[in-house]
Design a protein around this ligand. Sequence first.
Ligand code: 9MG
Length: 288
Amino acid sequence: MPIATLRCGDKTLDLSTPVVMGVLNVTPDSFSDGGRFLAAQAAVEHALRLVEEGAAIIDIGGESTRPGAVPVPAAEELRRVLPVIEQLRRATPVVISVDTSKPEVIRGAAAAGAGLINDVRALREPGALEAAAASECAVCLMHMQGDPRTMQQAPSYVDVVNEVKSFLEERAQSCRTAGMSSDRIVIDPGFGFGKTLEHNLELLRRLGELTAGGLPLLVGLSRKSIVGKLTGRGAGERVYGSVALAVIAALNGARIIRAHDVAATVDALRAVAAVTGGATHASHGQPR
Ligand code: 9MG
């Protein structure tokens, strides 16, 4: 029986129908025009717009995980994310997620009020598992082959679905051994993280096989190169392709969809929920 709620610190997220996690990048190229204070304020305003559009979770990222991205020190990542978490926590009850792999950032984010740690390295950095287990946060364990600097150079699998599944089962078991209950764990196949187009399509087709262990599944396909390859569109014009893939993911069992274009994704998931049964979690309420 799949787990229908996720315990995120002092909040509980209902996953009986799919919800949207809105993406909030706070890297210098995102909101840096007027210095640190104004950048944090602009980021919070953007996040609140995503909440208005129906996001149930806001995922704050202070370090890029794109192919080729260069790591930043923990202190800099904390300077980027903490003011945004603190302000957002006061402004909205939605779950605040932090996209990080560093134990210092996990501890700081949890203390500031984050409810979910979204780790593209699945808590494999030294001290990360212990830091997450000591918090009350939920964790998202993502699969990645290699690391962001090199992952797209030559991804290779015998059976991508079985390899991703075994990895995620092993990481989930490590979390349980460290003291986390299953209602704090989400798994994610990591679309685009050390995968070719064919690997991504195979994972999407067979997504249901990953939900066999009963843990909720998060997917992030929004604006990624998979969408660009399928549609021939540049990064700024991938809304329709992203929404189409989000719908397929939801129909194949995903419970959390990580998306930049929240309003469009929420509408699409409402349609999915109407067909598959149950209401959606879109919080903006009024028909548009
Ligand atoms: C940070 N980030 C970028 N892409 C992502 C994805 O597909 N999943 C998760 N969990 N995080 C992601």
